[in-house]
Design a protein around this ligand. Structure first.
Ligand code: NAD
Length: 355
């Protein structure tokens, strides 16, 4: 089923407001989810709403909760998301970190206890819009682990995303690296399972620690695991997400003394830099443009699986395509949305009319 982006946005607003959010909050969450779908990250788009509604019903996600400033000492800001919608509290925390970085040239922002903050790239996009560079390290808690450690047979981590953002120049678009530190994001496995597809070779382990291509192993009990990306190097980065985002925010890590109540809580450490405080801007733009051309003009290797691109380009291409031709929603995801809508009093007829 293909749904155009405006209709998909209306469907999201209907469900999110029926689940108790103010119009302003629903707008922020729906905008974020729609952008995830538009950029091609269906794992973090409308398909997350059934999970959010379950969290609300279990009081693990509290609609209409703003971010709370815990402390602000110049360029170091600490926030508590108070288990509100991550898309809202992380956005609000980023707005304050941007003001601090514009004033001080550098900001270190710690956010703890946010319900799922979604596509981390959206916070990189906030810095890019302000002309700032940002580095984000995120961990995930309160959830059963789904990612193995390097050479491990069971799941001990979550998909701990990282994001690095560099503003555009006059000649080239922004560079936005936004990725899970697992071989695939958990939501991508959910999308694959819902669409009846298998996952690539070497990505998953079953509950016995044996290689498998069946994404279902992640959603059964006992659960299997996704391997960390980049072998031991990627595992090292995933572990540093725990050390930076889990420990330094005060939100906690995935170690088993901490709560596992089935929620998805994110903690995020953000380092934000105003490049104007470091180097001449004309020189910076020249250097970034020259480096970009040098990288993109490389001849393609014989086993290339796509054009040579910089991070952020696949998302721009998907957005252009999906704004024109609509967003695919698989039948299982649609059925889950109909059920989620029903649970908050929005009938399947209403949702079917909106699409
Ligand atoms: P992905 O593998 O699709 O893309 C990762 C990065 O690689 C992107 O920056 C993309 O632009 C770049 N890229 C992709 N193909 C490329 C190519 N051929 N050449 C050059 N660059 C290329 O992303 P993912 O790891 O599946 O993550 C998906 C989303 O899930 C992200 O938005 C992430 O923030 C989100 N996520 C969130 C959480 C959370 O707890 N909130 C956890 C995990 C992932």
């Amino acid at each position: 089923m293909i749904i155009n982006s405006q209709n998909l946005h209306r469907i999201m607003l209907k469900i999110i407001t029926a689940a108790g959010s103010s119009a302003e909050e629903a707008q922020i969450v729906a905008d974020h989810l729609l952008r995830a779908n538009l950029t091609g990250h269906d794992s973090h788009g409308i398909g997350m709403l059934p999970t959010y509604l379950r969290s609300i019903a279990e009081k693990l996600l509290i609609p209409n909760t703003p971010v709370k400033a815990v402390s602000d000492s110049g360029s170091i800001l600490i926030f508590d998301g108070q288990f509100g919608y991550g898309q809202r509290v992380a956005r609000e925390a980023m707005e304050q970190a941007i003001s601090s970085c514009q004033k001080n040239g550098l900001a270190l922002m710690a956010l703890r206890n946010a319900h799922h903050i979604g596509r981390v790239g959206s916070y990189g996009e906030q810095s890019i819009a302000a002309g700032l560079i940002s580095l984000h390290f995120v961990n995930v808690t309160h959830h059963t682990p789904v990612v193995s450690v390097y050479n491990g047979a069971d799941a001990r981590l979550l998909t701990n995303p990282i994001c690095f953002a560099m503003p555009k120049t006059e000649k080239n678009p922004a560079v936005l690296l936004d990725m899970a530190t697992s071989k695939i994001a958990l939501g991508k496995a959910r999308v694959a399972m819902n669409s009846g597809k298998s996952t690539p070779e070497g990505t998953l382990l079953d509950s016995q620690g044996n290689p498998t291509n069946d994404p279902g192993v992640l959603f059964s009990d006992p659960t299997g695991a996704i391997k960390p990306f980049g072998e031991y190097k990627g595992f090292g980065i995933a572990f540093f997400c725990e050390l930076l985002a889990g420990v330094l925010t005060g939100g906690g890590t995935i170690q088993p003394e901490n709560p596992r109540d089935g929620s998805i809580i994110n903690n995020m450490i953000t380092i934000m830099i105003d490049p104007q405080r470091l180097v001449d801007q004309d020189w910076l733009h020249h250097e970034v443009d020259a480096l970009t051309s040098y990288a993109l003009e490389s001849p393609q290797s014989s086993d290339a699986d796509s054009d040579i691109m910089l991070a952020g380009e696949p998302e721009r291409r998907n957005t252009a395509r999906r704004l024109k031709s609509g967003i695919p929603v698989d039948p299982n995801t649609w059925q889950e949305l109909l059920d989620a809508g029903t649970s908050v009093g929005v009938t399947p007829e209403t949702l079917n009319q909106l699409r």
